[in-house]
Design a protein around this ligand. Structure first.
Ligand code: SF4
Ligand code: SF4
Length: 373
């Protein structure tokens, strides 16, 4: 497939976790450090900046203006931003986000505009507010160069969305080696669906929120034994850089040091050799063996749950906790992934009757409530 977007430099700058002056205040972006990170990124050959209406409580876009737009010619970079229509009270407000984003960014157009986190019940809001036609219209008017959406749901939802909206220029999906064959996230299948539709992909979460840069010792040892000089994060990035049909891979660097490391490792990128591929397979197997709940995400259990508990997602997070040995990190994920939390279970047992894996779901939900709520 030939698509000009695939010529984009493969390291993208995600502006969701920018450096802060006060760790407790998401709006206190350290602009001076951010400027240095931008300089490092652009000097290294990067062009793609990814922000959103809501990042840093609405201040990321203005920070991008200060650190990038006011300091570089418009053709030196591309900007992606996103509209969280499902959180808006009405269509007018949702559509008004674009004008606000353009003003905050100080630009006449954005290169990439995404309907943010489509999927699940949120899709109905994008439909109801007429957001798909709105972005097409804005593209015709030149305010958007490429329209797309981001999504965290599985391949079936992606297939439906791309079938319903075949004119999307790109999609943004979560992918990394841990989620590649994960039964809930299903990165591999999602990327295959995008490729089937001829739609290129921006990859988010290549290091799984930083967790793949900070692995349990017995997993880290597998990588270190193969190449002691390479950082753990570099393995995660290289896995994504060398996938087909990828526009760019978003780095969530939060410091100048991290950005320097990311740029250097990107410049040195090469596909895995045989020994490295073996190490990647082995490390992934070790990680997976640390997940103890055999949920396959068949979702039979969900259909009759009177409480709408997000059972497979919650079980997946228990597995993630076991694999990363990091309760705090998974707790953060749980807060937004488990809309109907484990504690809402009334122990009716309907789910356990349906589970082909014989999982003690009620017991596992109790553990999840203890760990994450
Ligand atoms: S036991 Fe709990 S999770 Fe299972 S179906 Fe009943 S309410 Fe839902
Ligand atoms: S029925 Fe069992 S295996 Fe299937 S999604 Fe539910 S818990 Fe997982």
């Amino acid at each position: 497939m030939s698509n000009d977007l695939l010529n984009t430099p493969k390291l993208g700058f995600g502006c969701m976790r920018l450096p802060l002056l006060d760790a407790n205040d998401q709006t206190s972006i350290d602009i001076e450090q951010f400027k240095q990170m931008v300089d490092e990124f652009i000097a290294g050959g990067g062009t793609y900046f990814d922000t959103a209406f809501v990042y840093h409580e609405g201040t990321s876009e203005a920070a991008v203006r200060q650190a990038l737009v006011e300091r570089y010619p418009r053709d030196a970079y591309t900007i992606a931003t996103k509209c969280l229509a499902w959180a808006a009270p009405d269509a007018e407000t949702a559509k008004g986000n674009l004008a606000i984003s353009l003003e905050r960014l100080g630009v006449d157009y954005v290169d990439f505009y995404l309907l943010h986190n489509v999927g699940g019940p949120r899709t109905a809001k994008f439909d109801e507010y007429g957001m798909w036609d709105f972005v097409r219209e804005m593209k015709e008017q030149g305010k958007i160069k490429h329209v797309g959406f981001s999504m965290h749901d599985g391949p079936e939802t992606l297939d439906e969305l791309l079938t319903a909206h075949p004119d999307m220029d790109f999609v943004q999906l979560q992918a990394n080696y841990l989620d590649w064959d994960d039964p809930v996230v299903q990165s591999r299948k999602c990327l295959e669906v995008a490729q089937k539709h001829g739609v290129p992909v921006v990859i988010m979460e290549p290091v799984r929120g930083g967790r793949l840069a900070d692995l349990p010792e017995r997993v880290a040892n597998v990588f270190k034994a193969t190449d002691p000089d390479k950082s753990l994060a570099s393995w995660a990035y290289r896995f994504c850089y060398n996938l087909p049909n990828v526009i760019t891979v978003l780095s969530g660097a939060s410091t100048l040091e991290q950005m320097k490391e990311n740029v250097a490792e990107w410049k040195a990128n090469a596909p895995f050799n045989e020994a490295e591929q073996k190490a990647m397979t082995e490390a992934t197997e070790v990680l997976r063996s640390m997940a103890s709940i055999p949920c396959t995400n068949c979702r039979y259990c969900v259909k009759d749950c009177p409480q709408g508990v997000a059972i497979p997602n919650i079980l997946g997070l228990l597995n993630l906790e076991a694999m990363t040995e990091n309760n705090e990190f998974v707790k953060g994920q749980y807060a937004w992934q488990a809309k109907a939390p484990a504690s809402e279970c009334i122990e009716c047992g309907a789910c356990e009757d349906m589970c082909p894996q014989g999982i003690d779901i009620i017991n596992q939900l109790k553990i999840a409530a203890e760990h994450f709520e």
